[in-house]
Design a protein around this ligand. Structure first.
Ligand SMILES: C[S@@+](CC[C@H](N)C(=O)[O-])C[C@H]1O[C@@H](n2cnc3c(N)ncnc32)[C@H](O)[C@@H]1O
Length: 216
């Protein structure tokens, strides 16, 4: 994970750093898990929130998924649209907007990798409501949250959470995979402490489909 200065992450540098690294391990783990579910919403349709330059969107397209790729940074979307593996792809829709403003329906997977900590509290609350509604309707939700011992935790503009806060957030959902990762690592030769939660969730077994009215 690239270490960025407080307040103004340099997404351009992040995109340069990540672009040749292939899909994230979090996406690959999510797709392995979904492979075991014979009742996935069809056609396979993913919403990649905070898609960045699109490494995970491209992997989903390669596997035949339809993808709505959303990022508030126009440069990320431009890079995705210009990439040979995704340019003019008929299964791809892109939007430059906040993840909190994105709308979708009948998604198989809502995917939010390393974006949620960058949302304001208001954006996060609005998005979480939409995600909860989607999950109620049968979508899977896979996301990364930063932990309170992450190096970014000292930056008030980046929201890092304790394990208890993460559990509380997911109380309306059934957590089907939960991975707390904490390690000292290097980012471009700079020591970096990474603390993240990778969570895959779906609706609670006790919840009937469409039990919750669409909230937003
Ligand atoms: C660390 S990058 C992760 C990109 C991509 N998910 C990946 O794993 O390669 C975070 C991304 O979140 C985007 N982002 C930050 N705040 C956002 C928001 N409110 N809505 C949508 N995207 C946002 C940034 O523009 C950036 O592309």
């Amino acid at each position: 994970m690239l270490k960025e200065p407080a307040h103004q992450p340099n997404w351009s540098q992040f995109y340069d750093y990540i672009k040749d690294q292939g899909p994230s391990i979090e996406l690959l783990q999510t797709l392995i898990l979904l492979d075991f579910d014979p009742d996935l919403i069809q056609p396979l349709y993913a919403v990649d929130l905070g898609c960045g330059e699109g490494r995970d969107t491209r992997e989903l397209l390669r596997r035949g998924w339809q993808v709505l790729a959303v990022d508030s940074c126009a440069e990320g979307i431009r890079r995705l649209e210009a990439h040979p593996d995704s340019a003019d792809h008929e299964q791809l829709e892109t939007r430059v907007e906040s993840a909190a403003d994105a709308t979708w329906s009948n998604a198989t997977l809502i995917y939010a990798s390393r974006v949620l900590p960058f949302l304001s509290n208001d954006e996060f609350t609005r998005l979480w409501k939409k995600v909860a509604d989607s999950v109620e309707r049968g979508s899977y939700f896979s996301c990364t949250l930063f932990g309170d011992r992450h190096d970014f935790a000292s930056d008030p503009s980046i929201r890092c959470r304790t394990a208890a806060q993460v559990q509380e957030l997911f109380s309306p959902f059934e957590i089907i995979a939960y991975d707390e990762v904490e390690q000292d690592t290097l980012s471009r030769n700079t020591p970096f402490h990474c603390h993240m939660f990778n969570v895959i969730a779906k609706r609670k077994l006790s919840s009937a489909p469409h039990a919750v009215a669409s909230g937003s």
